[in-house]
Design a protein around this ligand. Structure first.
Ligand code: PEP
Ligand code: MG
Length: 563
């Protein structure tokens, strides 16, 4: 227990979460309570139409405001996107369809969904690239209207700089926006330590506590708060002494984080080396990874380039982003994971089928199979960027040999097209896979023949192996990722990789748990990848042990009998 958490245990007004993102911050509470709206029809069509009209007006005004701000900053191209969306909000075809559903007895939110689905299906069926783009715009408008009905077109704009946001849960896009508006941090009632909200907060350097429980939602706006993400603790109306103590620790933390280090592997007491790499979501974070002593990037979650915008980034924009990360880390590798959306990371402009179980549905590589043009653009950008450093491409959500074969075929096709067009690129990049489905772990020996490297995604592997939703904090407490079942799958995948002579890393949140990281190394994982700020504590923990001791910890946690 660290100093702050021992204070926490001794005083009232202290709340604990199931996970967090490091950082010590204090500030007033900003409570984000989404306005609940009924999905059942009220039968009052006139009232619903009035609400629709007011909502359209609010959303359009907000879009105009954004466009004006962008024009002031000489960003005319971006401003034009908001202008076009502003015009589309009042589109007669969309409004007419919503009205028809309302008259048919459907509630307003569902009427908007149904109208958007109908219009986008029509636009997409016409097979014209321009109309397909327009379908994405309609989908974005639908999202905005739904968002506005559900508590504000962009509620984050109301967050005052320096506030600590209190919420039921946050989407990755909200989390991203919170940093942009200068929030000090956030606490959520729900969400688990391995959910994307917590992961994103760690990668953005936004202090957070997640999974605090329903008690959190009783806090009022402006309540003074102190949040320590590493201690997963939130102090409500902290005393002057607690704040002073926190300030002292915050200074120490900053001084430690700011000291640049040389990129070097973690060294165990007996000299055994473990490559320590960083997880990033944006190219800018690669510099911080380097300064933190990371040997490159073990996971670049490329989907973060695709969030919070009306349309996907184009080939050149992506190439520039990947190149920047590769240049910052050269000569060390940067593992760029291809687009991993769907599941708990939907994209407003990508048509995803309505699925009862999205996490078991069309996510990751499966979604790319449905949108080959989007995937091909990313692969072209990657192969062009590969000239600027050591690129390893990684496919997410693999569960069969056919999945890898499809990904490799697409990569080869992208390289062939670039060669034919005479566009400079590198075709000889390594192609690896994430081991994050139990299926992939089960056939790891077969997959190891098809891949240049493995990276174990323990967040999803645990969720699928334990049949426990990773974003559910309560379940996470009963079914922790470091359970024997998951650790045995990890050991199995690591053994298959070693037998095939390919590198095996782990890039899930288990890698940054000091109690578990040695066990992973002991079970055969050769590289660990985590948020840059957590590399130092893991380095220090590994230095305390020999490989033999780590193997004993691994066997013990996996409950494998001693050999
Ligand atoms: C994982 O599943 O462990 C992983 C690293 O990927 P993500 O958390 O982005 O799903
Ligand atoms: Mg995953």
């Amino acid at each position: 227990m660290n100093e702050l958490s021992s204070i926490a245990a001794a005083m009232p007004g202290v709340l604990h979460g199931s996970g967090g993102a490091p950082g010590i911050v204090s500030g007033p509470a900003f409570v984000h309570a989404p306005r609940a709206f009924a999905t059942a029809a009220t039968g009052d069509v006139a009232a619903a139409l009035g609400l629709l009209s007011r909502t359209q007006h609010d959303v359009a005004a907000r879009l105009q405001q954004r466009a004006a701000t962008l024009r002031e900053q000489a960003q005319a191209r971006e401003a034009a996107i908001f202008d076009a969306h502003g015009a589309l909000v009042h589109d007669a075809a969309l409004t007419g369809r919503v009205e028809r559903y309302l008259i048919g007895g459907v509630s307003l939110p569902l009427a908007i969904d149904a109208a958007v689905a109908e219009m986008t299906a029509l636009l997409e069926s016409l097979g014209d690239e321009h109309l397909r783009e327009r379908a994405a715009d309609v989908r974005a408008i639908g999202e905005m209207l739904r968002g506005a009905l559900n508590g504000g077109a962009r509620w984050v704009d109301a967050v005052p700089p320096g506030a600590i946001v209190i919420a039921h849960d946050l989407t990755p896009a909200d989390t991203f926006d919170l940093r942009a508006v200068g929030a000090a941090g956030f606490a959520t009632a729900y969400g688990g330590p391995n959910g994307h909200t917590a992961i994103l907060a760690r990668s953005l350097g936004l202090a957070a506590v997640v999974g605090v429980g329903a008690a959190l939602l009783t806090l009022a706006d402006d309540t003074p708060l102190l949040l320590d993400g590493a201690a997963r603790t939130l102090w409500v109306t902290p005393s002057a002494a607690t704040l002073e103590e926190a300030g002292r620790r915050q200074k120490l933390l900053r001084a430690r984080q700011d000291a640049p280090r040389d990129a070097a592997p973690g060294k165990m007491r007996d000299g055994h080396e473990v490559a320590l790499r960083a997880n990033i979501g944006r190219p800018e974070e690669a510099e911080a990874a380097r300064a933190a002593g990371a040997m490159g990037v073990g996971l670049f979650r490329s989907e973060f380039l695709f969030f919070d915008r009306p349309a996907p980034p184009g080939e050149e924009e992506q190439r520039a982003a990947y190149s920047a990360a590769l240049r910052a880390c050269a000569p060390h590798p940067v593992v760029i994971r291809t687009l991993d959306v769907g599941g708990d990371k939907p994209l407003p402009y990508l048509p995803t089928p309505a699925e009862p179980n999205p996490v078991l549905g069309t996510r990751g590589l499966r979604l790319c199979m449905r949108h080959p043009a989007l995937f091909r653009t990313q692969l072209r950008a990657l192969l062009r960027a590969a000239l600027d450093g050591e690129l390893w491409v990684m496919l997410p959500m693999v569960s069969s040999i056919e999945d890898v074969a499809w990904g490799r075929g697409e990569l080869q096709a992208a390289a062939a097209a670039l060669a034919e067009e005479g566009v400079p690129h590198r075709a000889d990049v390594r192609l690896g896979i994430t081991i994050e489905t139990p299926a992939a772990a089960a056939i790891a020996d077969l997959l190891a023949r098809e891949a240049h490297f493995f990276s174990i995604g323990s967040n999803d592997l645990a969720q699928y192996a334990l049949a426990a939703d990773r974003s559910d904090g309560l379940l996470a407490a009963s079914y922790p990722a470091a359970s024997p079942a998951v650790l045995r799958l990890i050991a199995q995948a690591a053994a298959a990789a070693r037998a095939a002579g390919i590198p095996v890393a782990l890039c899930g949140e288990l890698a940054c748990d000091p109690a578990v990281a040695p066990a992973l190394v002991g079970l055969g994982v050769g590289e660990l990848s985590m948020s840059a700020g957590l590399i130092e504590p893991i380095r220090a923990r590994l230095a305390e042990l020999t490989l033999e001791e780590a193997e004993a910890i691994g066997r013990s946690l996996a409950q494998l009998s001693d050999r």
